[in-house]
Design a protein around this ligand. Sequence first.
Ligand code: I4D
Ligand code: MG
Ligand code: MG
Length: 279
Amino acid sequence: MADLWQSAMDHAVAIARKAGETIREALLNDRKVTTKSSSVDLVTQTDQKVEKMIIQSVKERFPAHRFIGEESVAAGEASNLTTAPTWIIDPIDGTTNFVHAFPFVAVSIGFAVNSQVEFGVVYSCLEDKMYTARRGKGAFCNGEPLQVSDQTDVKQSIIATEFGSSRDPEVVENIFSSLRKILCIPVHGVRGAGTAAVNMCLVASGSVEAYYEIGIHVWDVAAGSLIVTEAGGVLMDVEGGEFDLMSRRVVAANNKTIAERIVKEIAAFQPERDDHSPQ
Ligand SMILES: O=P(O)(O)O[C@H]1[C@H](O)[C@@H](O)[C@H](O)[C@H](O)[C@@H]1O
Ligand SMILES: [Mg+2]
Ligand SMILES: [Mg+2]
């Protein structure tokens, strides 16, 4: 049977590659920075330009589809995930890296129908790595199949996480409490690429055993979530329940044993959900 969403996925790969070219060019020329929710939540004209370019191009080809885009939401649009075919876009995942030319910057495009991710595309554009996954059909990097690590001993593992963009003392306290406890299990190491999407692709590639973060948004993890599960990995909430795309909390791991072990050490808190109703 023909794959209903294959042409949309092909379009996502092509537009992610084009977006990556724009980002690479901008890295050499134009990195004018402004801030959003806090002085460390950065945005550039390139984030906005690339998101507009992606949405415009998808609208021309698939006029009935909907969008949740990081910069559109920042400009006041809603971020509700309905049953409709929805493109979930992070034009630059790793804006802080982009601003500082730290070499991990990704375009992340997830596509959900009935609130379920059908395909995910993460283009790590400075490494020229195109990660893709189609539900039920595996995960790939530049066409090569991906497989998570087979490690079950957390003490032989590398765990990825990020510090996020909140500097609220209580949030920072929770982040450091989790980090200290996980580091002292002890694990082999803790890493962070500076982009949620790339961290998830590192789980899918078997380079790290797990990635967790509280405070991410649906556009950071939609594409990566499918890349992880299609590479054989698991997703979980930071308190061990079912992963919820809109909850702003994620544990992505190579297997349930590692995920559950990490969960035991995480100081969980609940940021405002992505689908909260405006007051
Ligand atoms: O804002 P961009 O799209 O660069 O994405 C976020 C990262 O992906 C997070 O992991 C990371 O922790 C930061 O919160 C960062 O904001
Ligand atoms: Mg992001
Ligand atoms: Mg972004």
